[in-house]
Design a protein. Structure first.
Length: 239
């Protein structure tokens, strides 16, 4: 029996990318006899993201206000849970993630060996593809070390938003999911709760258009708050 797989695409002002991203998934389905389903979570965009989705019959949930990446992705997990999906895949709407690797990050979950798989640019030092700026890679390395301190497991691509989870974690994330800095924080929490988390090598691309929501001036604030949250996670008990 084939698992029911949902691709969750959080989108904020992605009018330049969202149709191309969605069409890449549909084309992959047609060429590979897969049936990946999609839900776009429009996070209060102020551009034509919503209109493009509606005009092209792209499944979409329009949030009336901007909740941020955590709130948008959690909305997708709630949709996945209440519609009985077996696996949920978080997939960026900006063209950075490659649909060809969805199979790579879902296969270990289908086989039952993992609860969460992270698509990683850094677990294999020889891997090719876009790996972000030097400054951002340095920041990711710091966060990776903080996660190791927090939960005693090394996560190399600590901020990767290309992830797949099973139904147990879909249910978990419906109830508990951080609004801010969700990727590094949930990486540490799910490991501490005893879930099996692994990284697999994927190839990523540079943003295809638009502007990232992460601004340079926010970097120090981001690092400080992620670091504090991970230190708290280190000493917090989880059931």
């Amino acid at each position: 029996m084939n698992p029911k797989i949902l691709i969750i695409i959080p989108a904020y002002n992605e009018e330049k990318n969202i149709l191309k991203t969605y069409n890449s998934i549909i084309k992959y389905n047609e060429n590979n006899q897969t049936n990946y389903e999609v839900i776009v979570i429009n996070d209060g965009s102020t551009d034509n993201t919503s209109k493009i989705c509606h005009d092209n019959n792209i499944p979409i949930i329009d949030l009336v206000v901007n909740l941020g990446i955590g709130g948008a992705v959690q909305t997708g997990y709630k949709y996945a849970y209440y519609n009985n999906y077996d696996i949920a895949v978080q997939f960026d709407g900006d063209g950075q993630h490659d649909v060809n690797y969805i199979k790579t990050i879902t296969e270990p979950i289908i086989s039952g060996t993992c609860d969460m798989i992270i698509g990683s640019r850094f677990v294999d030092k020889e891997s090719i593809g876009f790996k972000s700026s030097v400054a951002r890679r340095f920041g990711i390395k710091i966060i990776s070390n903080l996660i190791k301190f927090s939960c005693n497991k090394k996560i190399y691509d600590a901020t990767s938003g290309f992830r797949a989870i099973n139904r147990n974690l879909i249910k978990e994330f419906c109830v508990n999911y951080p609004i801010e800095y969700p990727e590094p924080i949930t990486n540490a929490i799910v490991v501490k709760k005893g879930y099996e988390v692994q990284e697999v090598t994927v190839k990523m691309h540079a943003r295809q258009g638009g502007v990232s929501s992460i601004k340079t001036w926010k970097n120090a604030y981001y690092m400080m708050n992620v670091g504090l949250a991970l230190i708290i996670t280190k000493f917090r008990r989880y059931k």
